[in-house]
Write a protein that binds this ligand. Structure first.
Ligand code: MRU
Length: 361
């Protein structure tokens, strides 16, 4: 059975506490927006799509329990807005929760103008809209997997297998299921065309060694763990066919914020002429930002770098710079940006997003 990061049914939400992996597989109940904020901020749940899902589902949970009820449509709208604003402060870089909040606000404006709509009817529509996000995310990931695998395979001889290098965790644990960059890996594996995945440990939080290695082993996908600093050597020694990473926010020009270390992977990939792909649902794209220079980059506490599982790895008092993400310039994204609609070059991304949003998708 595939790993699930989020378990939801109406009135009940729990998350797999990713801070405890790989030692413990423990699901914890989320009883509302406050607990969701804490889980996102402390990275018990992480990965851009999963952050958005848990944030929104915690709101659905509060609404299903009757919060915001009793004072009419305007009061319900105000309650939803207050909760969204609060949830959006949990982590700054991933844009998915912002995009979902914006979509929900648009729907709310539309629905609340429906003649005669009551607060309970409006509440039900909001809950159903949020619940629909889980299936949509999974479907989008499967499409990303299929498009990305096709594009990688068209670059290699018929019947040959590929070695893919990936960074951080972009799989079932970071999404509603299947994964984005790991969705591409899964699709290649499903077609019998994956030789091996090289997964970076992803310092300082080790999402690669703790989560991706765990997830791929769990699903019997051949994987080799490497240190972040072995990536360039691995490209030379292991014949890497593609680097595939996820995204926390893709700006209009294709500049991409993703886990710290992504930028240097792209530089090394360019040196070795290995195609570099960003796999991201359209909800990870931020067409309002002209370039990566405007993306807010989260800085995490220095302790995440100086300590490993409570053990001190650096001299006390050392000055630390610990950005959680970096921005890869669009010209290094040589394979393309893989969304649920297909693979586009970074230069075509804005047009693709505008076309699809005009088409109402
Ligand atoms: O700090 P994290 O673990 O939330 O960072 C996650 C990443 O950088 C992922 O690559 C990104 O969110 C995409 S997950 C499908």
């Amino acid at each position: 059975m595939a790993l699930e990061s989020i378990r939801y049914r109406r009135g009940s939400l729990s998350i797999l506490n990713q801070r405890l992996l790989p030692e413990q597989l423990r699901y914890e109940r989320v009883d509302g927006a406050e607990r969701a904020w804490e889980a996102i901020n402390s990275m018990e749940v992480r990965g851009a799509p999963a952050i958005a899902l848990v944030g929104c589902l915690s709101l659905a949970l509060e609404l299903a329990a009757g919060a915001g009820a009793g004072d009419g449509v305007a009061a319900l709208e105000a309650f939803v807005e207050q909760r969204l604003r609060f949830l959006l402060t949990a982590r700054p870089t991933a844009v998915n929760l912002h995009r979902e909040a914006e979509r929900l606000r648009e729907r709310l404006r539309e629905w609340s103008r429906s003649p005669g709509i009551t607060a309970p009817e409006l509440r039900e529509r909001i809950i159903e809209h949020i619940e629909g996000l889980l299936a949509k995310d999974r479907e989008d990931n499967e499409s990303i997997g299929a498009h990305g695998a096709r594009d990688i395979l068209r670059r290699i001889p018929a019947g040959a297998t590929v070695t893919v290098l990936t960074h951080c965790n972009t799989g079932s644990l970071a999404t509603a299921g299947y994964g984005t960059a790991l969705g591409i890996v899964r699709a290649l594996h499903g077609q019998g065309r994956l030789r091996r995945v090289l997964c970076t440990e992803t310092r300082p939080y080790n999402q690669g060694s703790r989560l991706t290695a765990f997830e791929l082993l769990h699903d019997n996908i051949p994987v080799t763990l490497i240190t972040d600093s072995a990536a360039a050597a691995a490209m030379r020694e292991h014949g890497v066919d593609a680097v595939v990473v996820g995204a926390d926010r893709v700006a209009a020009n294709g500049d991409t914020a993703n886990k710290i270390g992504t930028f240097q992977l792209a530089v090394a990939a360019r040196h070795h002429q290995v195609p570099f792909y960003v796999a991201a649902p359209s909800s990870s794209c931020d067409p309002a930002l002209p370039s990566g220079a405007q993306i807010p980059i989260e800085e995490r506490p220095g302790r995440e770098l100086t300590h490993l599982q409570g053990l001190c790895m650096a001299p006390p008092g050392i000055d630390v710079w610990n950005p959680a993400f970096d921005v890869t310039p669009h010209d290094l994204i040589t394979g393309g940006v893989v969304t649920e609609w297909g693979v586009v070059s970074p230069g075509e991304l804005s047009r693709a997003l505008a076309e699809h949003s005009a088409g109402g998708q």
